[in-house]
Design a protein around this ligand. Sequence first.
Ligand SMILES: NC(=O)c1ccc[n+]([C@@H]2O[C@H](COP(=O)([O-])OP(=O)(O)OC[C@H]3O[C@@H](n4cnc5c(N)ncnc54)[C@H](O)[C@@H]3O)[C@@H](O)[C@H]2O)c1
Length: 469
Amino acid sequence: MSSPVPISQLSNSFKQASLSPKKEVSTSPTSSYLDTALRSRALTLNRPKKALKPFSTGDIKMLILENINQTALSTFHKKGYQVEFYKTSLPEEELIEKIKDVHVIGIRSKTKLTANVLKHAKNLIAIGCFCIGTNQVDLEYAGEHGIAVFNSPFCNSRSVAEMTLAEIIFLSRQMGDRSMEMHQGVWNKKSAKCWEVRGKTLGIVGYGHIGSQLSVLTESLGMHVLYYDILSLMSLGNSEQVSTLDELLSNSDFVTLHVPETPETKNMISTPQLAQMKDGAYLLNNCRGSVVDIPALVEALKLGKLAGAALDVYPAEPRKNGPDFQDGLFPEIEQLKTLKNVILTPHIGGSTEEAQSAIGIEVSHTLSNYINEGTSTGAVNFPEVALRGLDWDQKNAVRVLYIHQNVPGVLKTVNQILSDHNIEKQFSDSRGNVAYLMTDISDVNLDDIKNIYEKLEGTPFRIITRILY
Ligand SMILES: NC(=O)c1ccc[n+]([C@@H]2O[C@H](COP(=O)([O-])OP(=O)(O)OC[C@H]3O[C@@H](n4cnc5c(N)ncnc54)[C@H](O)[C@@H]3O)[C@@H](O)[C@H]2O)c1
C-alpha cells in the first residue's frame, strides 16, 4: 500500500485538476434536436470551405470587456483579430473613446451600450453579449445601424438541470434543514417524512432546453416524468406529455418550472394551482421570479399543503452581492426565510465554470462566423441570414454582404451592380426597417471587388457594405 499523501498536497492536486485545460464544453445536447437552424448548419460543416477575409476593413479590432472567458480570447487570437482586453467594464467616457474605431465589442451585463455610446462607434459591425440577457444594449438603435447583437441563451441549461436534480433530492430528504441545524450545533437524526425519489412522479412545466435535460437525468433515478408545454414536443426517454397544467399538478409529487417570462406565465402558479397539487408535494422554481405568486406559496407552505419548496429566482433581486437581500425587496422573503424545508439560492442555477466557458466558446464562434462568413444566425436584433460556405477551390469567388434599409427597389439596384458576374447564390431577409442581403458571386478580380464595393457604398439605401474574399 502506498504511504498516505499529506492533505496540503492533495489540495494542490485538486486545484491543478480543476485548472487543467479541459476539452471544449458542449452546449445543450437537446439543442441539436430542438433547433432546426443549427441542424441544417451542421450539415454544411464537413464540406471543405474557403477561408474568407474581410475586404477594406483592415485588421479586425475588438474591444473585450468584463473579464470574458479565456475560451473566447483564444478563439479571437487564433483568428488573428486585434484584441484589447479589460477585466472590468469601462466608465462611459472611456468607453466612448475606445468604441470609436473598433469593429466588435464583447461585453457581459455591466456595460451599458446605449444609443449615446453607440453613436460614436463608426466601424462597429457586431456586439457579443457573453451572457444570457441583452437588455444592457439598445437593440433597436444597434439594429437600425446594421450592428448585429449576439448572445448565448442556452449554454447553462445543463447547469440548471443538474441543480434542479440536486434540489429534488435535497427537498425529499430535508437536507437543507439538517445542514442548517448541524451548522447551529443541533444533531437531529430522523427519517419521518424523508423519502427516496425513486418511483415518485416529477412534473416538468416547460419542456425546453432545461426541462428536457432534467427529464433524462431524473428518469435515470427511477422517477416517472410528466411534462406540460404549450408546444407538442417529442418526449426524451419515457416521459409523457400531458395536455393540461392541472393534469400535471394533480399527478406530480414534485413540480418544477422551466418556462420563459411571458404575460401567460406571470403568476402561473398561484392559489388555485397550488390547491390542485397533491398534499405534501414540492414546488421548485428555477426559471423566473414572476412565475410563482410568492404570497400564495408562503400560505401553502404554512398550511402544510406543500412539504417544501426551492427557489432560485425572485420577483425582485439585488443588483450586487452582499447582505441586502432582506432589505425590503419584497415583503414575503422574511416569511420564506423562517419556513421549514425551503431552499433559497441567489439565482445561481446557471452559474458554473462550465457554463461560462461554453458561453465564451459559443459567442466567440458566432462572432467570428459573422465577421468571416457574414452568417447572422442567432442575432437577436437583426435579420438572420446564412449561406453555405464558398467551396475551397472557388478562387475568384467573393461574398458580398449588404445591410440596407428595407425599402422597395434595393435588390434591383444591387443586382444591376453585380450583373457582370455570375451570382452563385443569394439570400435576403428583413427585420423591421433593416434588411440583410448576402450574395456569392464568381469571376471577380481584386479591381472588380474595389469597384463593386464603391458602387454599393454609393447607393442611397446602404447601411453597411462588407465584402469577403
Ligand atoms: N436560474 C437560472 O440561473 C436560469 C438559467 C438559465 C435559464 N433560466 C430560465 O429558465 C427558463 C427556461 O429556460 P430554457 O432554456 O429551458 O428555455 P426554452 O425556451 O428552451 O424552453 C422553455 C419551454 O417553455 C415552453 N413554454 C412557454 N410558455 C409556456 C407556457 N405558458 N406553458 C407551458 N410551457 C410554456 C416553451 O414552449 C419551451 O418549450 C427561462 O425562463 C430562463 O430564463 C434560469
